[in-house]
Design a binder for this molecule. Structure first.
Ligand code: NAD
Length: 464
């Protein structure tokens, strides 16, 4: 876990929020203390019995009202994310819409939830899906609104109360969604947003004896610490962690389509995406041809002012992130790159590296920036071996017109989310999550509710 010393509880600590496209401070946000965190947990705990007892139809109505409130403020939320995270306006609108849709999707759950009746000798066994209690949702800076909704909406639908801790760098949309939810009628303490430092508020939530479950999305390093700390009380965890995902292009694929989409598969959100396909594996027989097709696609990516609707890629989140990305590229072989504005702003151009050494750090480690490494492979076996040569297992793509190969390779690659002849597999109504060191548990889709309830079995004797 983090080693930072928590601030004394009487220290007023504020965090400057910076627009990464201009480097200007756009807001200051007070950081919660350990005492604030304990008070929020107490409120969430106090709100739990009434929320769990709220009739399913009423819980559904309130979650729909939250979705409607997000929808009514979609432009405002999108503008806030543009300013806070530097996301291009089209993408930011998609993100706010995704949060709305996820609340709406899980609003349908309370009225459909139910247990089972299992015949046993001498009576019946009946199962109940019991809510857990207080759930902490710890959110990273790369997709603040979607990740908040992926954790909070199913937890609320299941009857849990929720405390969201946004990332230090991007608290603004979470705070606004918290206000909107309260305005939409969610009772006090049911959904709280608590901005604060990871090693203070985040760690306190994980270690708090009255927090029943943590949904953590973030780096593998911090996620491992969260799991270790959660073990003390056997606090339940869902972990959505890092990725180093492969995009595998076979010689028989539609190379035009694979090359045209490869930039979006890795440069979307400036590469700050756990699902970024940052290892591009290309069959050796079409390697040169593929790079020829890829080059104009990369050079054509529009990097710039996130407020311009034509912009496809904005700045990185911070100067530190830009330096981290640059350090991976220093010493590597740059094949070609796109354009990026000069400062101010934390810009970095889309960059294509070539390599033949899968041990190269840029090929192995999650860079979280607009950088892709291209590596040739010989045959199907070779492709699967290289794709699986990573501790991560989050996402990936493969391109082929051979249906047998598509089936074989999609079963053989170790990843929680794969797309065949498409650059993305994520939909809010299908399960999402990682294998290996990319995480534990699944979010989204119908089964996510199971992560926020515990099954209770009651035997009812018929011998009365
Ligand atoms: P991070 O691990 O530094 O921080 C994530 C969150 O954890 C933040 O809110 C932070 O304040 C908090 N935190 C930090 N230290 C903590 C501690 N000791 N205890 C509890 N909470 C603590 O990650 P980041 O840099 O914000 O995000 C980038 C990472 O997130 C990348 O590795 C990316 O792959 C991953 N990510 C994964 C998914 C997924 O669904 N698999 C989605 C988005 C991002």
């Amino acid at each position: 876990m983090g080693t930072a010393t928590p601030p004394p509880d009487d220290a007023p600590v504020v965090h400057p929020v910076v627009d990464p496209a201009t480097e200007r401070v756009i807001a200051t946000v007070p950081l919660a203390t350990i005492a604030d965190t304990d008070a929020a947990v107490a409120r969430a705990r106090a709100a739990f019995p009434a929320w769990r007892a709220t009739a399913p139809g009423e819980r559904a109505r309130l979650l729909r009202a939250v979705a409607d409130a997000i929808d009514a403020h979609l432009d405002e939320l999108a503008d806030l994310e543009v300013a806070n995270a530097g996301h291009p306006i089209g993408q930011a609108r998609w993100e706010a819409g995704n949060a709305r849709d996820v609340f709406r999707y899980y609003a349908g759950a309370p009225e459909r939830a139910g247990g089972r009746q299992i015949p046993v000798p001498g009576g019946w066994s009946v199962t109940f899906a019991e809510p857990l209690g207080v759930v902490g949702v710890i959110v990273p800076w790369n997709f603040p609104m979607p990740v908040l909704s992926w954790g909070a909406a199913p937890a609320l639908a299941a009857g849990d109360t929720v405390i969201v801790k946004p990332a230090e760098l991007t608290p603004l949309t979470a705070l606004r969604i918290g206000e909107l939810a309260r305005g939409a009628g969610l009772p006090e303490g049911v959904l709280q947003v608590l901005p604060g430092a990871g090693p203070v508020v985040g760690e306190r939530l994980v270690r708090h004896p009255d927090v029943a479950k943590i949904v953590f999305t973030g780096s593998t390093r911090v996620g491992k610490g969260v799991m270790a700390a959660a073990a003390d009380d056997l606090t339940r965890v869902t972990l959505e962690l890092g990725g180093k995902n492969a995009n595998i292009v076979f010689a028989d694929a539609d190379l035009d389509k694979a090359a045209a989409t490869a930039p979006y598969a890795v440069f979307d959100n400036a590469g700050q995406d756990c699902c970024a396909r940052s290892r591009l594996l290309v069959q050796a027989s079409v390697y040169d041809r593929f790079l020829e097709l890829l080059r104009p696609a990369v050079e054509g990516v529009v990097v710039g002012d996130p407020r311009d609707p034509a912009t496809e890629v904005g700045p990185l989140i911070s100067a530190a992130q830009r330096d981290r990305v640059a350090a991976y590229v220093d010493g590597a072989t740059v094949a070609f790159r796109g354009r990026a504005p000069e400062g101010p702003g934390f810009w970095y151009p889309p960059t294509v590296l070539t390599t033949t050494d899968p041990a190269e750090p840029a090929f192995r480690e999650e860079i979280f920036g607009p950088v892709v490494s291209v590596l040739p492979f010989e045959d199907e076996q070779d492709a699967v071996r290289i794709a699986n040569d990573t501790p991560f297992g989050l996402a990936g793509s493969l391109w082929t017109r051979d249906i047998g190969r598509a089936l074989r390779v999609s079963r053989a690659v170790r990843a929680g989310n794969l797309s065949v002849n498409s650059h993305s597999a994520v939909r809010f109504w299908t399960p999402f999550g990682g294998m290996g060191q990319s995480g534990i548990g699944r979010e989204l889709g119908p089964d996510a509710l199971d992560a926020f309830t515990e099954t209770k079995t009651v035997f009812v004797s018929d011998d009365t």
